[in-house]
Write a protein that binds this ligand. Structure first.
Ligand code: PHB
Length: 373
């Protein structure tokens, strides 16, 4: 049954070898100063390149888009060169990798912002439960309460859309096979979509149609750069999670089904390659309703990816039922660089260790062993 995950599938221009996905995972190991992808990062991605499809960790599209120290950017020439090491390593192994374009919006802190300014957001409403992470010394840092952000002007929103398009161009220059727009987990695009975070009274706020305008404009602008076959979008309709000492709270709408089916219609209109759904991923989280999954399938004709505490069996079942095309495995892929082979062969999995999840060295990053029979 799990062999259902070990079958090829077409995504955009690519014929993928299997349906196991490395989802975007924040690991905070870019070189400082400059937030530049490193050789160690290239090694980490190379180790995992037997995934049918890989998405990079979120990479900030501009300085204001950063909410956590040491996450890599994709807006300077040095950052583009750094990412090229990653894409070369992945391609040498026959892998396919998209860059996740990230802007955290209000989930940041003055210490991470140019000139110590307030973070930017659709409205001046603080993210009360999410945390940013700032550096307090070399290699050490602290989770911080995000301050009240500054509401963006309509002109600034237009500039931000251009930043997404430029970042997509940079991603292609860096050798990525495509890009994923991070519209999940309470970050900037999600803030525009959410009635909780967006209380604008211009054309970007109010009605759902207006709250989806920012997404629509980004999808159009990025599609114009990379083409629809090289674009995916990630949503998290029910995401609201905490991870041990770390906190990342998403935004859940009063009617998530309607909100996100309307959002997926935006993607369908542009004919993009895939939609990726990050499910609630804490223990005992509610399952995404089957009616939602069915509506996603009947609304969207591209590929559908689900992530969130899947086992191979549960993922394969969803593919078998025709509701998913690909399944992403986060925590298991951190601990098992050869995860696809382990899943396909029923080999045991390495346990995830607490050390080195966020930031640090090779420890807890590239030192997880491959399976040895
Ligand atoms: C995190 O770094 O905690 C994080 C980043 C991006 C996400 C979710 C969580 O989408």
């Amino acid at each position: 049954m799990t062999s259902r995950l070990n079958t090829p599938v077409k995504l955009g221009h690519h014929m993928l070898n299997n349906r196991v996905v490395l989802p975007p995972l924040t690991r905070q190991r870019s070189a400082q100063p400059g937030d530049i992808a490193t050789d160690l990062m290239a090694e980490y991605y190379r180790q995992r390149a037997t995934a049918g499809f890989m998405v990079s960790e979120g990479t900030q599209i501009e300085p204001r888009g950063q909410g956590y120290a040491w996450t890599p950017g994709i807006y300077t020439p040095a950052q583009i060169d750094g990412w090229r090491k990653v894409t070369d390593a992945v391609h040498a192994e026959g892998g396919v990798i998209f860059a996740q374009l990230w802007h955290v919006g209000r989930v940041s802190h003055n210490a991470l912002q140019p000139e110590g300014a307030a973070p930017v957001a659709p409205s001046a409403l603080a993210a009360e439960q999410a945390k940013a992470f700032i550096e307090t010394g070399p290699g050490v840092g602290e989770l911080m309460q995000p301050p009240v952000p500054r509401a963006l002007s309509a002109l600034e929103i237009e500039e931000l859309v251009a930043h997404y398009a430029q970042a997509a161009r940079n991603a292609l220059d860096a050798g990525f096979d495509g890009v994923e727009i991070h519209a999940a987990n309470g970050y900037l695009v999600n803030q525009f979509i959410s009635a909780h975070a967006n209380q604008r009274d211009d054309e970007y706020g109010g009605s759902l149609h207006n709250r989806l305008r920012f997404l629509r404009e980004i999808v159009e602008a990025v599609t114009a750069v990379v083409g629809p076959e090289r674009l995916g979008v990630r949503f998290s309709p029910l995401f609201s999670g905490t991870d041990q000492d770390r906190v990342y709270i998403g935004l859940v709408e009063e009617d998530p089904h309607h909100t996100y089916i309307e959002a997926i219609k935006v993607l369908e209109a542009s004919g993009i390659a895939y939609v990726s759904i990050a499910e609630a991923d804490w223990d005992n989280a509610p399952d995404l309703p089957q009616t939602f999954r069915q509506a996603v399938r009947s609304t969207f004709s591209g590929r559908i990816i689900y992530a969130g505490r899947y086992t191979a069996a549960r993922g394969a079942k969803l593919v078998e039922a025709g509701l998913a095309d690909l399944i992403a495995f986060g925590r298991p892929f951190i601990a098992n660089p050869d995860l696809p082979q382990r899943l396909f062969n029923g080999w045991p999995l390495n346990a995830l260790r607490a050390e080195g999840m966020y930031g640090g060295s090779a420890l807890g990053y590239t030192d997880y062993p491959m399976y040895a029979e």
